[in-house]
Design a binder for this molecule. Structure first.
Ligand SMILES: [Zn+2]
Ligand SMILES: [Zn+2]
Length: 278
């Protein structure tokens, strides 16, 4: 089968971006920016569906192992749902996935772990998640304190943890597989985690939800989104990562980075921009 997805090679590791589809987010969910300015930034970037947020997952292939980073939304709330079909275009079945690394447990990143019958999709896979994220979501005290919308997110995450309970590995930071390092990037959620994949000469940072609207939040890193657990910490984390990846010229991949999935971050006169190049 012929399938072409954005991909990068880092030594003996191939990282392939697989789309799960889209979700819609209104600009009224963003703070520290007005909606007219959001529209202008999106139009200037030649984006036709102004409120569409694209969902990426990343498949890391090394030494015959298939490691997925996030699972997309899997159709939850009508979002995404294309991941398994896209894996199939690479002749990869769900049972060929050895591990799923999670950046965090929002529905658009974990929904794809269960099928419509509520059973595990990746039935052989180890599920790897930050201990802070897991413990936050398993706490009844936290559950009691959140809104009904967020209660729904807790319940989805808990049902997934249950189906994968025999194969959950909790992590904090450091090497999780040879050449794959967990980097805590907290703020968007309590345990939001990026993964750095080391090649022989270069590395790639998969940074999860550092941005939802890349053009808006790169030019204005202070722009927060209503899904941020701690908007101020999320903005500080975003600014710190942007500074680091732009000065070190690190290749970046993001879950909401658009269909091109990979890019370099460049410092501009005000804020930052993306450069998509091989
Ligand atoms: Zn998120
Ligand atoms: Zn997300």
């Amino acid at each position: 089968m012929n399938a072409s997805f954005p991909a990068r090679d880092l030594g003996n590791t191939r990282v392939i971006a697989l789309s799960d589809g889209y979700l819609e987010v209104g600009f009224n969910m963003l703070s520290n920016v007005d909606e007219k300015e959001c529209e202008k930034i999106q139009r200037d970037a030649e984006i036709s569906e102004l409120n569409a947020v694209h969902i990426n997952t990343f498949l890391v292939r090394r030494n015959g192992r298939n490691i997925l980073i996030d699972s997309g939304a899997g159709g939850v709330k009508g979002w995404g749902g294309r991941l398994v079909a896209n894996l199939g275009k690479l002749n990869i079945q769900p049972e060929n996935i050895d591990a799923v690394l999670l950046t965090h447990a929002h529905p658009d990143h974990i929904g794809g772990l269960l099928n419509s019958e509520g059973e595990a999709v990746f039935n052989r896979a180890e599920l790897i998640i930050s201990s802070d994220e897991f413990n936050y979501l398993e706490s009844d005290e936290n559950f009691a304190a959140v809104s009904d919308r967020i209660k729904g997110n807790f319940l989805l995450a808990r049902s997934i943890f249950k189906k994968y309970q025999k194969k959950i590995r909790l992590i904090e930071s450091g090497e999780v597989f040879p050449g794959i390092f967990a980097i805590p990037l907290k703020g968007h959620t309590p345990g939001h985690t990026g993964y750095r994949i080391e090649g022989d000469q270069s590395s790639l940072l998969i940074w999860g939800d550092i941005v939802h609207f890349p053009h808006i939040q790169l030019s204005r890193p202070e722009v927060a989104i209503a899904f941020d657990y701690d908007p101020q910490m999320a903005a500080e984390t975003r600014s710190g990562v942007l500074e680091a990846v732009s000065s070190d010229k690190v290749l970046v991949g993001g879950m909401h980075f658009g269909e091109q999935a990979f890019g370099y971050i460049e410092k501009r006169e005000s804020g930052y921009g993306i450069v998509h190049k091989e």
